[in-house]
Design a binder for this molecule. Structure first.
Ligand code: BG6
Length: 502
């Protein structure tokens, strides 16, 4: 059985050297996440010394300048800690920069020559990872140019080429399909890695172990025993200067279509036949195929959208979404959404999955809460399993016990497991795990073409109903620093249920 790197990272897997070509190297993600992740992998011995990193981006700057910028980025990245001078010197030698106008075919020829030189000088054996961290409208064009320049084909008998596509993968179903077709014109699906960094988070990966390695959970994981499931991804940040992007995206495109549907699939899927990428993707495909479509009636009664108004966070005032730079003063873009997902399959018939995500909420918190049905003598809070994805990764099982004394009083208690207390080590960042997986050729925690399309298919009715010019569904205001619109808090209450945090 091929195992995910995530399940055996501590065994120091043998990684082949490669050149990592980063399109969008001057962008925010490269500085905040990708370069820090590669540096950490190098520091911990997961990046072979023959590997190289080539930044490709528009500003016309030199390799020296790029190295200096990246050094600065490492110093700012909280997960990196103090930069180790010796490790940095070795790492910096592997960094190269190529200024590129992505619309010019000639520039890809130049890139090809540089990569040949890097292969020879570093000994990367012709292995290449192209990482597209770009606006989604550029992905297709860059892939075409790479293909036409012959860069999507392996150079040497033993070499390989892999292509990572950062989210957003398309902006709707049609553009995602077109991009998949373009990719498949030049590359096999097995060489395409669609990134969703939520799949690299420790607790999300742990769902496979938690659900399928423990006898106590899997037999209970169905409609007989589970009343409902809640998935929350709350952020305290606003749109962080990305108003222009966010106006066109909204939370459905930014968080739900990808991150939360992927977490949902991991929670709800049937046991995969193995941990091979294909088996895991297949299990996810199957469960998402049974997700019930959103009709106008379901959107009206089972979904809520909201937008943050001015409010208070961490004791200080924060502006509303419409006051953010780059946002229209009468914008109707949603910064919060709650969806009730339902699966029409034997395991989950009748079990609602409440899924919500929002910006400028009361706390930064991503969690899954599985609420079990009541036992015959139950009083008070039902049994719940809380999976804390971030922060304070871990899980708690809540159950009733008899409070000590001569009479019988139920008391709710929790068995609590915290990664920090139990393992005491730093948890690897999602990007570290996923980049290592890609170098190893393991795509278990990347998103297959059909799944990305299915995600778009499911949210299409919402994008249409809530899209520009459509005012037939309410857009609820919520104060920044709250748990979202009251309508979202009330929705589960109609069925006698309540959010864990509201
Ligand atoms: C990104 C979204 O994909 O995920 C951002 O574009 C969001 O808007 C981010 O803030 C959240 O990621 P994390 O890992 O901080 O929960």
């Amino acid at each position: 059985m091929q195992q995910s790197a995530a399940l055996r990272m501590e065994e120091a897997p043998s990684v082949e050297p490669c050149t990592f070509v980063l399109f969008g190297a001057s962008g925010d993600l490269a500085r905040r996440k990708l370069l820090p992740a590669l540096y950490r992998l190098a520091l911990e011995g997961y990046l072979p010394p023959e590997s190289a990193i080539v930044g490709a981006a528009l500003p016309w700057m030199t390799t020296e300048r790029f190295r200096a910028d990246m050094r600065e980025a490492l110093e700012r990245a909280p997960e990196v800690g103090p930069v180790d001078e010796t490790a940095w010197r070795a790492f910096a030698q592997r960094l190269h920069y190529v200024p590129m106008d992505l619309s010019r075919g000639d520039d890809y020829q130049r890139l090809g020559h540089l990569l040949d030189r890097v292969d020879r000088e570093h000994g990367t054996r012709g292995n290449r990872i192209f990482y597209l961290s770009l606006a989604p409208t550029l992905h297709g064009e860059v892939v075409r140019h790479l293909g036409e320049a012959g860069l999507t084909k392996a150079r040497e008998a033993r070499g390989w080429v892999r292509l990572v596509v950062e989210k957003p993968f398309g902006t709707d179903l049609e553009t995602a399909r077109a991009l998949n077709q373009r990719l498949h014109h030049y590359l096999d699906e097995s060489s395409v890695y669609r990134m969703d960094h939520y799949l690299g988070k420790e607790m999300v990966q742990n769902l496979l172990v938690l659900r399928f390695a423990n006898r106590i959970f899997e037999p209970m994981w169905d409609r007989e025993h589970i009343d409902h499931v809640q998935i929350t991804s709350a952020e305290t940040v606003g749109v962080e200067g990305r108003g222009g992007y966010y106006e066109k995206a909204g939370v459905v495109r930014d968080m739900l279509q990808n991150h939360l549907l992927q977490v949902l699939a991991m929670v709800a899927m049937e046991p995969p036949s193995s941990l091979s990428p294909e088996a895991v993707h297949e299990a996810k495909r199957e469960v998402m195929a049974s997700a019930r479509a959103f009709t106008p009636e379901r959107i009206r009664t089972e979904c809520v959208r909201g937008q943050y108004a001015p409010g208070l966070l961490a004791g200080g005032p924060v502006p509303g979404y419409r006051q953010e730079p780059g946002v229209a003063p009468d914008s109707r873009t949603e910064t919060f959404a709650m969806l009730t997902m339902r699966f029409d399959n034997p395991r989950w018939a009748g079990v609602p999955f409440y899924v919500r995500s929002g910006k400028r909420m009361a706390e930064r918190l991503t969690e899954v809460v599985v609420q079990f049905k009541d036992g015959p003598l139950a009083q008070g809070t039902p049994n719940q399993l809380h999976l804390r994805i971030q922060p304070d990764e871990g899980m708690a099982l809540r159950f009733a016990t008899k409070a000590p004394g001569r009479t019988v009083h139920h008391h709710d208690v929790a068995l609590d497991f915290r990664y920090g207390d139990t393992f005491g080590t730093r948890l690897a960042e999602a990007y570290e795990r996923l980049l290592l997986d890609c170098m190893l050729g393991i795509s278990t925690h990347y998103v297959r073409n059909d799944l990305v399309e299915r995600g778009w298919e499911l949210v299409t009715p919402l994008l249409e109903a809530w899209g520009p010019g459509r005012n037939d569904y309410p857009l609820h205001a919520y104060a920044a620093g709250s748990w979202g619109p009251d309508a979202a808090s009330r929705l589960p209450q109609a069925d006698g249920r309540r959010w864990n945090r509201s």
